[in-house]
Design a protein around this ligand. Structure first.
Ligand code: ZN
Ligand code: FE
Length: 256
């Protein structure tokens, strides 16, 4: 039985702040607060007090609310120790494999360099939940601002190896545009076609396309499938190692 309630707060153009609440202990967290005000409004409405902020990486659209929320609540800010200089208000620096107790559950840090070098994803094994920030999106992945394609492929491969039932929460609603690109790569993929139809229906109603699951992403997301013969064939890269296939996918998406 999951013990956390998870709410999506849509902010800015296409960001999600995730609000986590442990029903038994009252522990309350946000992942990647781009802004403070919408978080404060929802906390007041629910009567909850913020205890933690988890940052996946240092970009403004993931940390912009850090200092105001900390000043207002005294919450503890958790993020990559490698980015201590650029994560505002960091209290609890983590490395790959470190775990933080939050209420009655634990969040494990998985270092996923690629989008930024310090990027962390947070895996909650007991909740079968992953917060993937700007590393893994539904049907897509983050741009390579700091890391190499080989680093990002290694990072995505680690996420893809987590249990398939894991619910995927990423930091942006990019699924519809990712879907359009994915279909150019694997037009015959039925798992992809099914996900695309679902995404169209959800967006037509103004609803989030998240969470997805890792099993669905492994079946449909081209960026997790760079090691699959169908993708290699589609790109004409039969003899290329998976990291090279991934690099070509990322290049094509950048100009799509
Ligand atoms: Zn980012
Ligand atoms: Fe972002």
């Amino acid at each position: 039985m999951p013990r956390l309630d998870i709410d999506l707060i849509p902010v800015l153009r296409d960001n999600y702040i995730h609000l986590l609440h442990d029903r038994e202990t009252g522990a309350t967290a946000v992942v990647d607060p781009a802004l403070a005000e919408p978080v404060e409004a929802l906390l007041a409405q629910r009567g909850w007090t913020l205890t933690h902020i988890f940052n996946t990486h240092h970009h403004d659209d993931h940390t912009g609310g850090n200092l105001r929320l900390k000043a207002a609540t005294g919450c503890r800010i958790v993020g990559a120790g490698a980015d201590a200089q650029r994560l505002p208000g960091l209290d609890i620096p983590l490395e790959d494999g470190d775990a933080v107790v939050f209420g009655g559950t634990t969040l494990q840090a998985i270092a996923t360099p690629g989008h930024t070098l310090g990027h962390l994803c947070y895996w909650l094994p007991e909740e079968q939940t992953l917060f993937s920030g700007d590393t893994l999106f539904s049907l897509g992945c983050g741009r390579l601002f700091e890391g190499s394609a080989a680093q990002m492929w290694a990072s995505l491969s680690r996420l893809a190896a987590l249990p398939g039932a894991t619910r995927l929460y990423c930091a942006h609603e990019y699924t519809q545009s990712n879907a359009a690109f994915a279909r150019t790569i694997e037009p015959g993929n039925t798992a992809l076609a099914e996900r695309c139809a679902e995404v169209e229906a959800l967006r037509a109603q103004g609803l989030p396309t998240l969470p997805s699951t890792l099993a669905r992403e492994v079946a449909a997301n081209p960026f997790l499938r760079a090691d699959q013969p169908a993708i290699r064939r589609a790109l004409g890269l039969d003899q290329t190692p998976a990291a090279g296939v991934f690099a070509e996918l990322r290049r094509r998406k950048d100009v799509f």
